[in-house]
Structures are given as structure tokens and as C-alpha cells.
Design a protein around this ligand. Structure first.
Ligand code: FAD
Length: 459
């Protein structure tokens, strides 16, 4: 065990693990410090368990349409089985992450780390110091919990994965992707689900047609939406939790979950004393190469508040290692990041929303709403929505928005032509694949409507 390293990484999540592995592969002597579980938020209590639970919840929709295809299904659901199988899978992934760190020689230290000075990291549990040529802060984010009376009675996404039993009902506060994803998970698993949100429609900052389409999908699945309201207080009500809302109404729920945003994980990290500057929201301020105000301290991932997504944290960690340990300065391009909301219906987006594009010169909007083929034999009326936004007269594609089955997978592929600066004519040249939903993307003939000088024309 050494006390001196080329690189000490704080946090073994998506960004930290990639940076540590890459730096070690370039010959650096690297230690990574983790206070919880190797793999970080994504593997342990984020993307991976979330997607597994989304799969579990989607069987309900399949069972709904199954009779129209001739099937008779007598289904029941067992929550402990899902939780146990999820745990098995994330434990397997955690072991794979450990092996991948150990292979290039990264030392894994299980402890809480605090920065003592620009070249020293203190291990709190072991009460000893490590000296480091470089320190990488990759401590991620944590759920923000509103300061209201009884807040301790609520849970966050951290606890939601491992509830001892499914509640009969749940109130979820928030309107972001974590709120709507967990709402569809719980509703799909049979829990009476309510979203309470201070705004007037879920998923602020997404395209309006997609937001309204997804909202309709939530309502269609029995999810109750309470807008322009917040939770003012929580209290015990027998086995339930009573939520008192900002309008004075009180109602009991089996569980209450806060999905009210996430903040940078920086408390007690010693950043200020070391001279690292932070944004007003606590996120670590970095330059294009992820360097902080202190030349020996870098930061990647959610803690920097750039784009809180796993592939972004991984890319930032990789480029940090290239820049510092491979003499190959690389800056991550944060434009055009494909994003999915794994709700029901699913949403996939890349590029500008319609309202953003309308302020970027003259644009054409191609819009298609149709029943997904899977639903056509059933009485389900839900529409899939596909929207393509281009510069005027078939120019460069500025945004693609998809709501419906497979939206995330489609958007990942759309990210390739978008990154190449594709125009509508490039999409048109592609042969359609039939029958598919994605063929809509390459068969749009005339714009559904346009924006000229910021004014909507037609539609
Ligand atoms: P993290 O993965 O959070 O890792 C930080 C690590 O640092 C943690 O393991 C933590 O324990 C450790 N740590 C913190 N402080 C210290 C300290 N002082 N000492 C030692 N260790 C410390 N992203 C997607 O791209 N797609 C998704 O579908 C998706 N779904 C999500 C669902 C949920 C419910 C959540 C919460 C997040 C989701 N995300 C998703 C976001 C994604 O998980 C994060 O963007 C990603 O994990 C960020 O990686 P990171 O390396 O910055 O931090």
C-alpha cells in the first residue's frame, strides 16, 4: 500500500472509474476512493436498476394488449423477486467494475475522502493522508430534499429500489425524468400513483408536444397529476404518511417520494479550503478540459453540473485521462447529447426543441402522430409522436423528438447523422424499413408547418 500517487480519484462512479482505468493504462500510479459501492449511482441506484424496474413495469401494457393477439394471461407480480434479482445483477456489475479497475493496476480504497490541500487527500475512516500529483473529484450528485416539516418520512430514488414491500399508493413530488420514470414504474406494478409538481406540465425543457403526449400517457395509465402545487409538510397517519399540500389539502399515501432534483455531492469535501471554485448551486466550476481553479485538481461527471448523464461522465473521465496522462488535450462536446426518458410511453430526444429552434432562424417542422402497430388490434388509442425539425427548405436537421415504443433506441442511432451535420435530404436518401415506426423519420414529404421570422405558419 502506497501513500503517494500520480492520481487520486474520489468517487468510483461512471466518471471516476473510466478516468482511473484510462490513466492507469497510460502508466499512471492511481488510487480510487469509494465510500459506498463501486459502480456509483448509475450501476447501484440509477440507470441500471431503473431500467430493470422499467422492464418489470412494462409487462402491464403487454398484458393489456395480449388478448387482442389471442392470448389469455393470468399474471401476478412479486416485488421481493424483482428486488432480489436486481440486487444480483448490480452485484455482478459491481464485481466487473472492480475487476476492470484492478486489471490495469488501480488501487481501490474503501473510505470517505476529503481534500486536505491541492496535493493531499485525507482518508476519514483510516485517518491517513495520500499525496497526489493530481486529484480528480468524481463524487457525483445526491437527491435534493425540500426543507419541509416531516421531510424525513419521505424517500428518494435511493431508497425506492429497495422498499421492503410495494406501497398501496405513492405520491411522487417532481416533474423531471426521475419523477415520471418512477411514476410509470410504480403505476405499472399496480401502485396507485400521484405526481405533484409545482409547474404546469411534466418535463420542463423538453419539446411541448412530447411533454403533452407523455402527460396523456401517464394519465392513460391511471397516474394522477397535481400541478402548480408542492408538498408543504408530511406527518404520520397510522401506517400511512399524510401529505399536506401548498393549497392546504391533506391526503394519506402509502409512501412519499421526493424527485425534486439533485445537487452536487460536495458537502465536507474540502473544496473551498483547497481553493476550488464552485457555482452558486454548489457544482464544481471547471474549464473545457475539466480543470478546476486549482491546476492539480480536476472534476468530472455530475459534480460539475454540466450534463448529469452516465455517458457524459464517462466521456469527461476519459478525456481527462487523455489530457493529463496521454499528452492529448481533448475537450468534451456537450452539444447534441441524446437523451431518453424511460417512462411509458418512452421519449427520446436530440437537438433543439421546436420553441428553441424557432428562435434560430427559419425552420420547418415535420410531425407525425399515429397508433403504434402493436396497439392496432386492441382498443388502445395512444399515439406515437415523431417530430423532425430542420432549417428551412429541407436544410440541416436541428432536432428529433420521438415519443413511443423504442424511442430511446431510435434516438441513439439518430445521434450519428446528427453528429455528422445531416440534412433532411440525407434522411430522405435512406431507404425506409417497413413496417417500422422509425420509417417515419425518412418518409416525411412536406413540412407540417414552418416558422418564418419566429412566427408559426400553418399547422
Ligand atoms: P456517480 O456515479 O454518482 O459516482 C460518484 C461516487 O462517488 C459515488 O459512488 C459516491 O458514493 C462516491 N463518493 C461521493 N463522495 C465521496 C467521498 N467524499 N469519498 C468517497 N467516495 C465518495 N443517466 C443516464 O445516462 N441514463 C439514465 O437512464 C439514468 N438514470 C438515472 C436514474 C436515477 C434514479 C438517477 C439518480 C440517475 C440516473 N442517471 C442516468 C444519471 C447517472 O446515474 C449519473 O449521471 C452518473 O452516475 C454520474 O456519474 P458520476 O461519476 O458523476 O457520479
Amino acid at each position: 500500500m502506497s501513500n503517494s500517487y500520480d492520481l487520486v480519484v474520489i468517487g468510483a462512479g461512471s466518471g471516476g472509474v473510466r478516468a482511473a482505468r484510462m490513466a492507469a493504462s497510460y502508466g499512471a500510479n492511481v488510487a480510487i476512493i469509494e465510500e459506498f459501492r463501486v459502480g456509483g449511482t448509475c450501476v447501484i441506484r440509477g440507470c441500471v436498476p431503473k431500467k430493470l424496474y422499467v422492464y418489470a413495469s412494462r409487462f402491464r401494457d403487454l398484458f393489456d394488449v395480449a388478448p387482442s393477439f389471442g392470448w389469455t394471461v393470468d399474471a401476478s407480480f412479486d416485488w421481493p423477486t424483482l428486488v432480489a434479482n436486481k440486487e444480483m445483477e448490480i452485484t455482478r456489475l459491481e464485481a466487473a467494475y472492480v475487476a476492470n479497475l484492478e486489471k490495469p493496476g488501480v488501487e481501490i480504497i474503501r473510505d470517505r475522502a476529503v481534500i486536505a490541500d491541492p496535493h493531499t487527500v485525507h482518508l476519514v475512516g483510516q485517518d491517513r493522508d495520500l499525496s497526489a500529483r493530481y486529484i480528480l473529484v468524481a463524487t457525483g450528485g445526491r437527491p435534493f430534499i425540500p426543507a419541509i416539516p416531516g421531510a424525513e418520512l419521505g424517500i428518494t430514488s435511493n431508497e425506492a429500489f429497495d422498499l421492503p414491500a410495494l406501497p398501496h399508493s405513492i405520491l411522487i413530488e417532481g416533474g423531471g425524468y426521475i419523477a415520471v420514470e418512477f411514476a410509470t414504474i410504480f403505476a405499472g406494478l399496480g401502485v396507485h400513483t400521484t405526481i405533484v409538481y409545482r409547474g404546469d406540465c411534466v418535463l420542463r425543457s423538453f419539446d411541448d408536444d412530447m411533454r403533452r403526449g407523455l402527460e396523456a400517457g401517464l394519465i392513460d395509465r391511471g397516474i394522477k397529476l397535481i400541478y402548480q402545487t408542492t408538498i408543504a409538510a408530511l406527518s404520520r397517519d397510522g401506517a400511512d404518511i399524510a401529505a399536506t399540500f401548498s393549497d392546504g389539502v391533506t391526503a394519506p399515501y402509502g409512501a412519499v417520494m421526493f424527485a425534486t432534483g439533485r445537487s452536487a455531492n460536495v458537502d465536507g469535501l474540502g473544496l473551498q479550503a483547497a481553493g476550488v471554485t464552485q457555482h452558486a448551486n454548489g457544482a464544481v466550476a471547471v474549464d473545457a478540459f475539466s480543470k478546476t481553479a486549482v491546476p492539480s485538481i480536476y472534476a468530472v461527471g455530475d459534480v460539475t453540473g454540466r450534463a448529469a448523464l452516465t455517458p457524459v461522465a464517462i466521456r469527461e473521465g476519459w478525456y481527462f485521462a487523455e489530457t493529463v496522462f496521454n499528452n492529448n488535450p481533448l475537450a468534451v462536446d456537450h452539444s447534441q447529447i441524446p437523451t431518453a426518458v424511460f417512462a411509458e410511453p418512452e421519449m427520446g430526444v436530440i437537438g433543439l426543441t421546436e420553441s428553441e429552434a424557432a428562435t434560430h432562424g427559419d425552420v420547418d417542422v415535420y410531425l407525425s402522430r399515429f397508433r403504434p402497430m402493436m396497439n392496432t388490434l386492441s382498443s388502445r388509442t395512444e399515439r406515437m409522436i415523431i417530430k423532425l425539425i430542420t432549417q428551412r427548405d429541407g436544410g440541416k436537421v436541428l432536432g428529433v423528438h420521438i415519443l413511443g415504443p423504442g424511442a430511446g433506441e431510435m434516438i441513439q442511432l439518430v445521434a450519428i447523422p446528427m453528429g455528422m451535420g445531416a440534412s433532411k435530404s440525407d434522411f430522405d436518401r435512406a431507404m425506409a424499413l417497413h413496417p417500422s415506426a422509425a420509417e417515419e423519420l425518412v418518409t416525411f414529404k412536406t413540412p407540417s408547418y414552418t416558422y418564418r421570422n419566429g412566427q408559426k405558419i400553418g399547422g
